[in-house]
Design a protein around this ligand. Sequence first.
Ligand code: AMP
Ligand code: ZN
Length: 114
Amino acid sequence: MSDCLFCNIVTKNVPSKIVYEDETLIAIEDINPSAPVHILLIPKKHIASLNDTSVDDEVLLGHMQMVAGQIAKEQNIAVDGYRLVNNCGTLGGQTVMHLHYHLLGGREMLWPPG
Ligand code: AMP
Ligand code: ZN
């Protein structure tokens, strides 16, 4: 087993509630939701953070955003609006060092964020 939590979720060694999966990414329900809809989009490839991406990842990163928009429609949060977030590094609040986007919806979001 990998020592990366999200790699283990990708390989299903750690169970999760999967809402979407394709060859390059998986989307799961967050275990500790911060909103009525809180989904994590996780690339299958281990990338620690946005700091660790290269031009080779451009297609993957674009695909993740397209899928986020598609899942927002499926979760019925697209019309009212939602937030797509990446926490990067210590000051960004990243706790799991495997790149992921948070898709949050179902309530009004505050700005500026905490
Ligand atoms: P971040 O702070 O941006 O790194 O986000 C990590 C997210 O992963 C948090 O929202 C956690 O609630 C979530 N999380 C941690 N462990 C699990 C798990 N086993 N299954 C689903 N979500 C998780
Ligand atoms: Zn990983």
